[in-house]
Write a protein that binds this ligand. Structure first.
Ligand SMILES: [Zn+2]
Length: 103
């Protein structure tokens, strides 16, 4: 049991957007940096840990810009199980190794 494990990790909030270092992962579609947010957490040993994590390309346009979104989606939706899933899995493992939920 690693009860002090949490002390070596950084605390983040649910839904907080946090930058992913480029040596961990970059966007598989355009090579830009990534951000992640934690969507779901699970409790273990008295701490809350990241469970479900989603990634966002830093090139993502503002959500209210329809035209830019269309272009972004069309350039970022090719075979996600082949391109995006391995990257998301890698980021999720990295997030689980390095963060806990602080509130
Ligand atoms: Zn991208």
């Amino acid at each position: 049991m690693e009860s002090i494990g949490a002390l070596k990790k950084d605390g983040i909030s649910m839904g907080e957007l946090v930058e992913v270092p480029r040596d961990v992962a970059v966007c598989p579609y355009c090579g830009s940096g990534l951000f992640f947010e934690v969507n779901e957490a699970c409790e273990e040993n008295g701490y809350w840990w990241p469970d479900d994590v989603s990634t966002h390309c830093s090139d993502e346009p503002p959500i209210d810009d329809d035209l830019q979104w269309e272009a972004f989606i069309s350039s970022h939706s090719l075979m996600p199980y082949v391109y995006l899933l391995p990257v998301e899995n890698k980021v999720r493992d990295w997030v689980r190794d390095n963060f806990f939920i602080k509130d």
